[in-house]
Design a binder for this molecule. Structure first.
Ligand SMILES: [Zn+2]
Ligand SMILES: [Zn+2]
Length: 401
């Protein structure tokens, strides 16, 4: 069976996969600046025998295509490869060599894992139908994100489905994967509100228009968008992160107040409602107090929508191979992922692979300077992809070759 051959190759190559991951870990680069990382990935792909390699897609992505030359499904697999502006604080022997930059989200493991499956499957091309596209993606961590440009390039237009996985470092490694059908991760928006009042003496509020009082009132009102305006079973978060008025003098009413925050939603209709609600409330609350209010609302990544059929497929294939209890449900995460852009365009699924390091006494969250992962998660993720390759791209019995 094709799967067994791919899985065996993955096991044989595992040492190289670990070496690749550790190299990437030692040489992290910030989003949109991944020059050395891109060179490393391309060199590896060439050394494995890939020739159809498209570079600088959407501002930095690398697409490696394995075309069997026979008609069949076209399936995409994605890994991201950017690091974070975090100072590494682990005790690892292969720590980051770049001060203040670290692979603190596990993208080094995603990339090494995808390289391993790309390598394992290439010698088996005669046994495949259809086409595989390995998507190595830059800049997941910083909006506008690398995925948007890659999707807009049109090079993925012929995909039938697209899959990706993220290491789940918060749980000790146990060989399981975690799935969630439907909306799985949030849309991540940011907003800034400018309230223009009229400054004056702190002892004479009647001659001023106090933007601090208006801002305080508005902050309370905005919470009702979440608590009163939407269906309670639709998740949403509206967080005010900053509120600034005045320059420090205790007896001055300032001219202006600035409020900023983030909105996290799953359902695009709730997202639209909250965006409109912030604008309406700001304008009307300000008007009621003779001030003016302006809102700058910036949409970040859309919410990640996992297609039920493609997610069920991952679940079934993994359970059949590894056991019923090896697939868990992933609770909805109100964090974002630019994998959402692929799923806006094509069906597919984004799942999680358990990968917290067991030796570590305390597990540190993603984006923490002490974040570490269990490298076996790369094998689990690659095997999940191998099961999908086996499902989609195996010649069916009796099918003409
Ligand atoms: Zn991250
Ligand atoms: Zn990440």
């Amino acid at each position: 069976m094709l799967y067994e051959k791919i899985a065996e190759a993955l096991e044989v190559q595992f040492e190289e996969t670990v070496t690749n991951r550790r190299y990437l870990h030692q040489h992290p680069e910030l989003s949109f600046q991944e020059i050395n990382t891109k060179r490393f990935i391309k060199d590896k792909l060439v050394s494995y025998g890939y020739t159809a390699i498209a570079e600088e897609i959407g501002g930095g992505g690398i697409l490696a295509t394995l075309d069997s030359g026979k008609p069949g499904p076209v399936i995409g697999f994605r890994a991201d490869f950017d690091g974070l502006a975090v100072q590494e604080e682990t005790e690892l022997s292969f720590q980051s060599t770049q001060a203040g930059v670290m692979h603190a989200c596990g993208h080094d493991a995603h990339t090494a894992g995808l390289l391993s499956i790309a390598r394992a499957v290439l010698p088996l091309r005669e046994e495949l139908v259809g086409k595989l596209v390995f998507i190595f993606q830059h800049a997941e961590e910083v909006p506008p994100g690398g995925a948007k440009g890659i999707v807009e390039s049109g090079l993925l237009d012929d995909l039938d489905a697209v899959y990706g996985w993220h290491v789940q470092g918060d749980d000790p490694y146990n060989g399981k994967i975690y799935i969630h059908k439907g909306y799985a991760m949030a849309a991540t928006d940011a907003f800034t509100i400018e309230i223009q009042g009229k400054g004056g003496h702190g002892a004479s509020p009647h001659t001023s228009i106090d933007p601090a009082v208006i801002g305080a009132y508005l902050i309370q009102q905005l919470q009702t968008l979440v608590s009163r305006r939407k269906d309670p079973i639709d998740p949403a978060v509206l967080t005010i992160a900053t509120f600034k008025a005045g320059e420090g003098a205790h007896n001055v009413i300032s001219d202006q107040a600035i409020i900023s925050g983030t909105v996290r939603t799953l359902d695009p209709e709730v997202q639209d409602m909250i965006e409109q609600g912030i604008t309406d409330m700001t304008e009307n609350v300000c008007k009621a107090h003779q001030a003016t209010g302006k809102v700058k609302y910036e949409r970040g990544y859309p919410s990640v929508y996992n297609y039920p059929d493609e997610t069920t497929l991952v679940e079934q294939l993994f359970k059949e191979k590894f056991g019923e209890d090896m697939v868990g449900d992933m609770p909805v995460i109100m964090g974002g992922e630019d994998f959402a852009y692929y799923l806006k365009k094509k069906p597919g699924s984004f799942f999680f692979v358990s990968g917290g390091s067991v030796e570590q006494r305390d597990l540190f969250p993603h984006h923490h300077g002490k974040f570490t992962l269990d490298e076996r998660s790369m094998l689990t993720g690659a095997k999940a992809f191998a099961l999908l390759i086996n499902h989609y791209l195996t010649k069916k019995v009796g099918e003409p070759v």
